[in-house]
Design a protein around this ligand. Structure first.
Ligand SMILES: Nc1ncnc2c1ncn2[C@@H]1O[C@H](COP(=O)(O)OP(=O)(O)O)[C@@H](O)[C@H]1O
Ligand SMILES: CC(=O)N[C@@H](CCC(=O)OP(=O)(O)O)C(=O)O
Length: 259
């Protein structure tokens, strides 16, 4: 993937926070107050989000079957229209509204806006209308964060010809974190981090993660999170956190480098 950065040079600390679809329906006071503390600590915040449960509901309503392979939704043409309209038309404005109501200036974006997420098909035969990010143009993010506005990015990418493609929310979060040179990546989800043998783990390494995937102890929606985390760590971002909406959970640190 190549990254287009605007000429603006910023010395400010950046944090990317990804909100999983399962958390979006009940963000609590603690979340908003943690959010404001991060802003007061000098972080420029960039939000990305998923919307899996809302998408599932819409697909069910219209009797469109869908399934996932390792956390990635196989998306046919009909499902694609539903995914795009649900994320851009429902989930994104609801989240932007909630943030604005909490006194946080926020604006909604998707991959079409100023060529934010340029994609190609990941593997049409296997996944259908799922995108692989080829280029991120951070210009709109720079403009907004320079003006203390929080970009809220939904995980819809666009091909050069203007076809919308579905991208997993965790993948968008990690690629955006890399493109904006984030200091921290927080993946907020419905569990308090990685749970192994019934216990939430406080700190883990990429090597442990690889082993747990092989052993079938990390599955489903946790897989794109940890895979994105490893990519981000390998690129030099020191830690990735998988947390619940009180920001409690697992820290993944790069104590050793994984290829
Ligand atoms: N080892 C694990 N520890 C914690 N959660 C796991 C693990 N393996 C699989 N999961 C699943 O991953 C889910 C989180 O992923 P997902 O449902 O995609 O959330 P989100 O919508 O926040 O992206 C958890 O609810 C849990 O069911
Ligand atoms: C390709 C792919 O898997 N897209 C995801 C996009 C939404 C998402 O990632 O939502 P969560 O963050 O709530 O899981 C999907 O269709 O469910």
């Amino acid at each position: 993937m190549t990254t287009c950065k605007s000429t603006q040079v910023t010395a400010r600390k950046r944090i990317v926070i990804k909100l999983g679809g399962s958390t979006l329906e009940g963000l609590n006071e603690a979340f908003f107050s943690n959010f404001k503390t991060l802003q007061e600590d000098g972080y420029e915040i960039i939000i990305t989000h998923g919307g899996g449960p809302a998408i599932n509901r819409e697909l069910e309503k219209r009797d469109v079957p869908s399934h996932k392979i390792n956390g990635i939704r196989v998306t046919n043409e009909e499902a694609m229209e539903i995914v795009q309209s649900t994320l851009i038309g429902q989930v994104n404005p609801k989240l932007v509204h909630d943030l604005n109501q909490a006194g946080i200036q926020a604006i909604g974006l998707n991959g079409f806006d100023m060529n934010l997420l340029e994609c190609e098909f990941l593997d049409f035969e296997t996944y259908g209308y799922v995108g692989e990010i080829k280029k991120i143009d951070t210009a709109i993010i720079d403009i907004l964060t320079a003006n203390n506005v929080v970009p809220v990015i939904s995980c819809i990418g666009a091909t050069e010809t203007g076809q919308g493609l579905n991208i997993n929310g965790d993948t968008v979060a990690s690629e955006i974190a890399l493109a904006v040179g984030a200091e921290r990546l927080l993946l907020v989800t419905d569990v308090s981090g990685i749970r192994i043998g019934g216990e939430y783990q406080k700190e883990v390494t990429p090597e442990q993660i690889r082993q747990w995937i092989e052993e079938g102890k990390i599955t489903g929606g946790m897989i794109p999170k940890v895979e994105g985390a490893i990519r981000v760590l390998n690129a030099g971002i020191p830690k990735v956190e998988i947390v619940d909406d009180t920001l409690t959970g697992t820290t993944i640190t790069s104590k050793e480098l994984v290829k």
